[in-house]
Design a binder for this molecule. Structure first.
Ligand code: MRU
Length: 364
């Protein structure tokens, strides 16, 4: 996507062997890039959310492994780097998926050739993510187009968190259908949930929709149900961090409440995700998907820009109050209208996903 006339991906190889990223902790107040040079740089970037979003976390881990192999390409070095990266964030399964792809490819390669091979494989995963997200967008665009044909005025899409190009390598998952509809001249307007506590909606989704010229309005997290009751939401599309083989979907905390409100109001609710987000080993998402608990400081404090242009962090809770900060929740399959994938729209069920991805579904 373009920022200030320059086309950016979210991650790229630099000419000096480092890996470039956009520092997402500085958005929307400052657009700054960073160089990752070591395994520890990559692990830190994922941990503190300089990069974030399930697909981008996976590709960053792949590049992180390549960076690690520059320092130690031995078998032990490879396995230990993969362990370090796997431990950075627990919920998005794309991380484990990407590391597994890398390990399967790299283990048979001689140590002397591993680092170069790893950079090439990471670049391949990045390219594939772009194409996958483009396809997700094409399938999701058809849903938006169908609704547009039946109504006057823009199609109102509600989204939660950030599942746009800055959560992936380019295009995004949930936002790719919106970009493609907008680019095709289909009138679309986005309700952007602010997404407390880290405000990925207000800070990141609003930033990227604005940069692309897509009409949008930021709303408080609790406004979605009210808007749905009044017919102001035509459909919801969100991203996903881990989908079980039975169609339960983990996404940013608060997604479940939006899905409940959508069900109560007959509003279609879609998750948009690639194959790398599906965990074929799990079936009961509420019981089995690990939910990341983050520092309560993300809840008790907020960062913003003053009218004078300074970026400041302030406390917003009563001093001394404890805070709890589960970062994701699970929406059960029964609340989901469909899963928008690179292969088309699948029912959120074991049978539906098995029909969409027959070569991955387990029969047991
Ligand atoms: O904690 P984050 O910002 O990494 O969470 C991101 C989300 O929940 C996204 O909606 C999800 O990863 C889908 S990304 C295409």
């Amino acid at each position: 996507m373009k920022i200030g006339g320059t086309h950016y991906r979210t991650i790229w190889p630099e000419s000096d062997g480092a890996v470039g990223i956009i520092d997402q902790t500085r958005l929307p107040h400052a657009f700054e890039t960073l160089k990752l040079s070591t395994l520890e740089d990559a692990a830190h970037a994922i941990r503190v959310m300089q990069v974030r979003g399930a697909p981008l976390i996976g590709v960053t881990a792949a590049y992180g492994l390549a960076l690690a192999l520059r320092a130690d390409a031995s078998d032990a070095g490879l396995e230990s780097a993969a362990k370090t990266l796997a431990a950075t964030r627990p919920t998005a399964v794309n991380l484990a998926w990407a590391l597994n792809e890398m390990l399967t490819f790299l283990r048979p390669i001689a140590p002397a050739e591993r680092a170069a091979a790893a950079f090439a494989k990471a670049a391949q995963l990045a390219d594939e993510d772009v194409e996958t997200c483009r396809r997700i967008g094409a399938h999701g665009k058809a849903i938006i187009e169908d609704i547009a044909k039946k109504k006057d005025g823009p199609v109102n899409v509600l989204t939660h968190c950030n599942a746009g190009w800055i959560a992936c390598v380019d295009w995004g998952t949930a936002l790719s259908p919106i970009y493609q509809a907008h680019d095709a001249g289909i009138p679309v307007h986005v309700w952007v949930d602010e997404t407390r506590p880290r405000n990925q909606g207000a800070a990141l989704t609003a930033f990227e929709l604005g940069a692309h010229g897509v009409p949008h309005t930021v709303i408080a997290d609790n406004a979605g149900g009210h808007l749905m009751q009044h017919g102001d939401v035509d459909l919801c599309i969100v991203g996903c961090d881990r989908l079980t083989a039975a169609g339960d979907a983990a996404n940013k905390i608060g997604t479940y409440l939006k899905a409940l409100a959508a069900k109560d109001n007959g509003v279609p609710f879609y998750f948009a995700l690639p194959l790398s987000t599906i965990d074929w080993t799990l079936f009961d998402g509420v019981r089995d998907i690990p939910i990341e608990e983050r520092d309560a400081r993300e809840l008790t404090h907020m960062t913003g820009r003053t009218d004078g242009g300074d970026i400041v962090t302030v406390q917003v809770t009563a001093p001394g109050s404890a805070g709890a900060n589960p970062a994701f929740d699970v929406t059960p399959a029964r609340l989901i209208t469909g899963i928008i994938t690179e292969r088309g729209v699948s029912p959120a069920s074991r049978e539906g996903l098995a029909a969409t991805y027959p070569e991955y579904a387990r029969t047991a």
